[in-house]
Unconditional design. Structure first.
Length: 271
């Protein structure tokens, strides 16, 4: 049997944790742009929070932009400017339908997208936004990356890392969540991120916002980079921070070789 296809180089990932400005895309583009631009030449992937142009708000659908709008153009230009991929989600309208859409922009001008599949009904998100479909996996810097959004974290079947024995390849090497995860449920955030790393033999990134939003909901940050054992590489506290973590390919590959639990995984199909 051949060795599984695996990343051959390290990946530098920057976690950008800030207090998103309520319902002000222009102010947020300025805020996050100022935080991200110093990372030029220092990182491979920049991760912003969920709905980083507006905050997590059902009312934001009234200000939803299109894919031709200024925020998408800004994200693509930022990726080109710093020479790294940039990802985060924003409120996007297509006709009469609005999505909580994660965008993954790369410096070559490419743009991948994933619409949040699991909508947070406890806040009525499912009544205003449309749910997405399949998960997204992108290839960047030799890593297969699966970006998801906030509440998706609670659904391990959707996040499951399937191993293709014929191709000798995992679905992904890194799974990440962008979030607006309230401080009241921070223990769940911390616990589920670690579980997803351990069960999927994958590195994990979780990036959450901080501060208090326009609905008076507080956020504790707790952004984190985890190795495939669920052990923290970096942990951010409750304040605005930008931290870059190096995900080591050799460490990930060695763990998968020592502990090939994927060979005993149950087979299933997600409808």
């Amino acid at each position: 049997m051949h060795a599984p296809t695996a990343p051959s180089r390290d990946l530098r990932v920057s976690l950008v944790q800030a207090a998103t400005v309520w319902h002000d895309p222009a102010a947020n583009r300025a805020l996050y742009g100022e935080l991200v631009r110093p990372l030029a030449g220092q990182t491979d992937l920049v991760v912003l929070p969920e709905t980083f142009t507006s905050g997590f708000s059902n009312a934001a659908i009234g200000e939803a932009e299109t894919m031709d709008g200024p925020s998408v153009a800004w994200l693509r230009a930022l990726a080109m400017e710093i020479g790294a991929a940039v990802t985060g989600s924003m409120v996007i309208r297509e006709g009469d339908t609005v999505f909580n859409r994660l965008l993954f922009a790369t410096p070559d001008g490419a743009l991948a997208q994933y619409d949040k599949r699991h909508l947070f009904r406890m806040a009525g998100e499912h009544e205003r936004y449309a749910a997405g479909g399949p998960k997204l996996v992108v290839e960047w810097c030799g890593w297969r990356i699966c970006p998801q959004v906030c509440y998706d974290l609670r659904f391990p079947v959707f996040a499951r890392n399937v191993f293709d024995e014929a191709a000798q390849r995992f679905d992904y090497d890194l799974i990440l969540w962008v979030a607006n995860w309230p401080a009241a449920r921070r223990y769940a955030w911390q616990t589920l991120l670690r579980a997803r790393a351990i069960e999927n033999l994958s590195c994990v990134i979780g990036v959450n916002r901080v501060g208090v939003d326009g609905n008076e909901i507080a956020y504790a940050g707790d952004s984190v980079a985890l190795d495939a054992l669920g052990q923290p590489l970096v942990e951010l506290g409750p304040l605005p921070q930008v931290v870059t973590s190096r995900l080591e390919a050799a460490v990930l590959n060695a763990h998968r070789a020592r502990f090939p639990a994927q060979l005993d995984a149950d087979r299933f199909q997600l409808l």
